[in-house]
Design a protein around this ligand. Structure first.
Ligand code: NA7
Length: 533
């Protein structure tokens, strides 16, 4: 028997939980969440690897919709670790009585639009069927683990793990020879922590990466009070910045100041740490020469920190502009390479050829004995979580076919041919280029307002047009091309980390504030670019 609903929300992370509050509690809809995991949390439910921590500062990595919630929750550290964020999301689920509307351990395996009934028919792995008017995907951008297809993995005699599917009981590295593949944000967080626990850690690096010290620390009582007293101003600042963080980007340009002052300002940013380093100047992400200065500064720091010159050269041999790939922040990443039990191996020049029963072998024949392999190899980002659900719109049109040459959406919120389907933080929206809770709250509220508008006007369907999606795709490209972001040709922003995936720049790089204003204007003008019927 199919369960009839007004709205089905897929995913119980930051987006799904707030979407449920908007639809169930504010609009009074019959709304339900289905969640693959056994608990709430999304990204923070799955990513339990050693060192997992958010790169946004804690006081900004939370919901802003509830004044009471902002006042009652206290973060303990500058950057919240995975367990603390998971506690926060569980608190939100309890505080707003959300669990009664969530089905856990429920994986969506198909969703088809029934045009005659104007209903989405959603099937789960367990055989349940939901019929709903609105289908809202809240599946996250980085939730489809990418385990590289390296021959021999099935015959590996040790243990192996992907960081995004980490065992809940943890992994015991004591006395083990560990190999870690991947040096993105995740790998850079994991290295120092695994190095402390394992007998030996070999880091297999394909692309060297910039990283800025996070300068994580316990929050002081004064700062906690400051956050509560100034909650409104902090939110206003976050909403005014291009990427939703609680600090402004200085508009001054790198060459507005002389070399000594530039060095002083970079040094100051380095000392402040984290994503604030980039905020010292306004043109680092748009002007190659300005970027070269920031990149040069970081490379000098790497060479200063890492004692062995060959290792330092390999770590500083970075082939893309600073912040053109997601810029990692770390807690003693480069320092970890000064430990006797950590080695760095270049798999750009000598790629991994196969996993052997006892470890791993490179193309040159060089081999490594390993007890544990950690894949910090990222995700099939942004489109992966949507495509694996087998979503079919009008006339059985498969999302996978529509997106064969790359995702096309209007505002990252809707796909032509898929009425009443909303894709929260979908490709074409700022999403991963923004502090995620800010992007998520804006999407939830926009979707909720759109549904209010439909119900007030007796409208049954909302659907973007191909023309609107095509024009938006042009604007997404234009926004990306106005920056240095596309110059990192191997980034997951472009889908380049997954073999065979179309190379399309997926997130909207025009800035969250600009995007928010555009979305608001679309709603105010009666939803041009969407057909409402
Ligand atoms: P990323 O940023 O996609 O990093 C994955 C890393 O794994 C990166 O260094 C890759 O090298 C490397 N990789 C992937 N496949 C291979 C193979 N086959 N061989 C060797 N190395 C490989 O994922 P993260 O989990 O670190 O971060 C994802 C986001 O989560 C992050 O940006 C934050 O937003 C949070 P490559 O650079 O492709 O050469």
């Amino acid at each position: 028997m199919a369960k009839e609903l007004d709205a089905l929300i897929v995913g119980a992370g930051f987006s799904g939980l707030y979407m449920l509050i908007c639809l169930r509690d504010r609009l009074g809809l019959e709304a339900r969440v289905v969640e693959m995991g056994a608990g709430v949390g999304g990204t923070w439910y799955w990513n339990r690897y050693p060192g997992a921590r958010c790169d946004s500062e804690s006081h900004s990595y939370c919901y802003g919709f509830s004044r009471e919630l902002l006042q009652e929750w206290e973060w303990t550290e500058r950057y919240p670790e995975q367990a603390e964020i998971l506690r926060y999301l569980n608190h939100v689920a309890d505080r707003f009585d959300l669990r009664r509307s969530i089905s856990f351990d429920t994986k969506v395996v198909g969703a088809e639009y029934d045009e005659a009934a104007n209903k989405w028919v959603v099937r789960t792995q367990g055989g349940e069927v939901y019929r709903c008017t609105y289908l809202i995907t809240a599946v996250g951008c980085l939730s489809s683990a990418n385990v590289p297809n390296i021959p021999g993995l099935e015959g590996f005699g040790g243990e192996w793990y992907h960081t995004g599917l980490w065992p809940h009981g943890g992994v015991d590295f004591a006395g083990k020879r560990v190999g870690q593949i991947g040096t993105g944000s995740t790998g850079i967080q994991a290295v120092p922590v695994i190095a402390e626990q394992a007998a030996h850690l070999t880091v297999f690096q394909r692309t060297a990466n910039y990283s800025i010290p996070a300068r994580n620390a316990k929050l002081t009582a004064e700062f906690k009070q400051h956050v509560k007293t100034h909650a409104e101003e902090i939110r206003a600042l976050m909403h005014s910045t291009p990427n939703g963080h609680p600090f402004a980007i200085n508009p001054r340009r790198v060459f507005d100041v002389d070399a000594a002052e530039r060095e002083r300002l970079f040094e100051d940013g380095w000392r402040r740490g984290g994503l604030q380093f980039r905020a010292a100047f306004g043109d680092v992400l748009v002007d190659q020469k300005a970027n070269d200065e920031a990149a040069g500064f970081i490379k000098r720091k790497i060479r200063e920190v890492v004692a062995d010159p060959a290792t330092a050269e390999l770590l500083a041999d970075i082939d893309h502009p600073f912040a053109a790939k997601r810029p990692p922040i770390d807690s003693a990443y480069f320092e970890a390479f000064n430990r006797d039990n950590v080695a760095l191996v270049d798999v750009r020049r000598d790629p991994v050829a196969e996993i052997t029963p006892g470890g791993l072998k490179l193309e040159s024949g060089r081999s490594f004995e390993l007890d544990i392999i950690v894949f910090a190899t990222g995700f099939d980002a942004m489109t992966g979580p949507l495509l694996r659900m087998d979503i079919r719109g009008r006339d059985g049109l498969a999302l996978g076919d529509v997106w064969a040459a790359g995702p096309t959406t209007y505002l990252g919120l809707q796909v032509a041919g898929f009425p009443n389907l909303f894709t929260m933080t979908g490709p074409g929206s700022p999403s991963v280029l923004c502090n995620m809770p800010v992007a998520i709250e804006q999407h939830a509220e926009w979707i909720s307002d759109c549904i209010v508008h439909m119900r007030a006007n007796g409208l049954r369907t909302v659907e973007t047009t191909e023309a609107a999606a095509e024009e938006w795709g042009r604007q997404v490209n234009e926004a990306a091309n106005a920056t240095l972001l596309p110059k990192a040709t191997h980034s997951w922003y472009l889908g380049a980390n997954v073999p065979g995936k179309p190379r399309v720049f997926m997130p909207y790089a025009g800035g969250m504030a600009r995007y928010r204003a555009h979305c608001a204007q679309v709603a105010a003008e009666g939803y041009p670019g969407f057909v409402l019927a």
